[in-house]
Ligand binder design. Sequence first.
Ligand SMILES: C[S@@+](CC[C@H](N)C(=O)[O-])C[C@H]1O[C@@H](n2cnc3c(N)ncnc32)[C@H](O)[C@@H]1O
Length: 240
Amino acid sequence: MKSYINQKLPAVFYALRYLKRRYWRVSHRCFSEWRGGKIEEKFAKIYSKNLWQDPESVSGPGSNVIHTKVVRQELPKLISDIGAKSLLDIPCGDFNWMKELDLDLDMYAGVDIVEELVDANNKNYGNERRKFVKSDITKDPLPTADLVLCRDCWVHFSFADIFRSIKNIKKSNSQYLLTTTDPNLDENMDIYTGFWRTINLQIAPFNFPQPIKIINEKCPKEWCYNKSLGLWRIDDITIV
Ligand SMILES: C[S@@+](CC[C@H](N)C(=O)[O-])C[C@H]1O[C@@H](n2cnc3c(N)ncnc32)[C@H](O)[C@@H]1O
């Protein structure tokens, strides 16, 4: 019996994986409205129509104050541990949860592709040491910072746009990257930019090394996955 199960197990595994991929392709096609078009237009539409349908934050439920409890607790400690004095927050979204933090920094730069969002952030939260800039993280020059935070962004990007962003971040000569990853996910799926799925940066096609630190955000059950922030030295990330 045991040897029969051992013999059949790989076939069952491959069958399940095949079915998962078929299901993904069909369901993803239903969201083909995200195919083509400019990134800027897609996210401007998400913003203006509040397509993530959250009453508290136009950046979606993941940017609620309550849902960022762990991140808000851990980020100041991490900044102090690595001795960061400058933070590049790409993308900053509406700064909804970040506004609750009083970080010990000389410079904070928030970048987003939606102009209205950036203007509102500058008006409401901008000061001498805190600036918001409209840029596209896949291609526009980025300032150098000790720490780059890229939270809940690449989950909305196609593989190609993620790779463009990584190359662009590397060009900024910044030191550390803290970004969203799901270490338990066993396979990454490609999407049209604008849609959403989870990603694991340590498996193909990204193959990031072991992170220096992982912060599990302990997000609510409805999202039921291990949404985490992984910390890497940017120089340790190699892309081909
Ligand atoms: C889900 S929100 C996350 C915001 C923020 N990181 C947070 O944790 O609240 C994603 C944000 O990415 C921005 N965005 C999408 N593509 C971008 C790009 N290519 N360059 C800069 N910002 C982008 C969107 O406008 C949106 O505000």
